[in-house]
Design a protein around this ligand. Structure first.
Ligand SMILES: [Zn+2]
Length: 119
């Protein structure tokens, strides 16, 4: 079956609603692969669970960016960016108890030493 203007419109509308390619295919009498292929050619990104969440996560990280004044004793002091830059901040996530950094940054900070000790 060829794509008509109408079926492309339905594909776009359903795709943006977050319907699955299988659902759209059933509606249009297409295979799932045909729907996905067409959507890719139309430049539609797949509305999976993770896609709509991404901008929210990015905004969240921006809001959580800490200036040194916002840091408290339970926050990771890992510097992000270069001191003096407008976007310089500290990580600010929860520290590993007894360490100045969060889990992720402890892994970075202490990796060198661990390698040395193992060598
Ligand atoms: Zn950190």
């Amino acid at each position: 079956m060829a794509w008509t203007e109408e079926s492309v419109e339905i594909l776009k509308a359903m795709w943006l609603e977050g319907r699955s390619a299988r659902e759209i295919g059933e509606r249009l009498g297409m295979t799932r692969n045909a729907v996905i292929g067409k959507a890719n050619r139309l430049g539609l990104s797949h509305k999976s669970k993770s896609t709509p969440a991404r901008p929210v996560i990015a905004a969240d990280i921006k809001n959580r960016a800490m200036s040194p004044l916002d840091l408290n004793e339970r926050m990771c002091r890992w510097p992000i960016g270069h001191p003096g830059d407008a976007d310089f901040h500290f990580c600010g996530r929860a520290r590993v108890p007894g360490r100045p950094y969060c889990e992720e940054h402890c892994a970075v900070a202490y990796r060198g030493k661990a390698v040395e000790a193992a060598a």
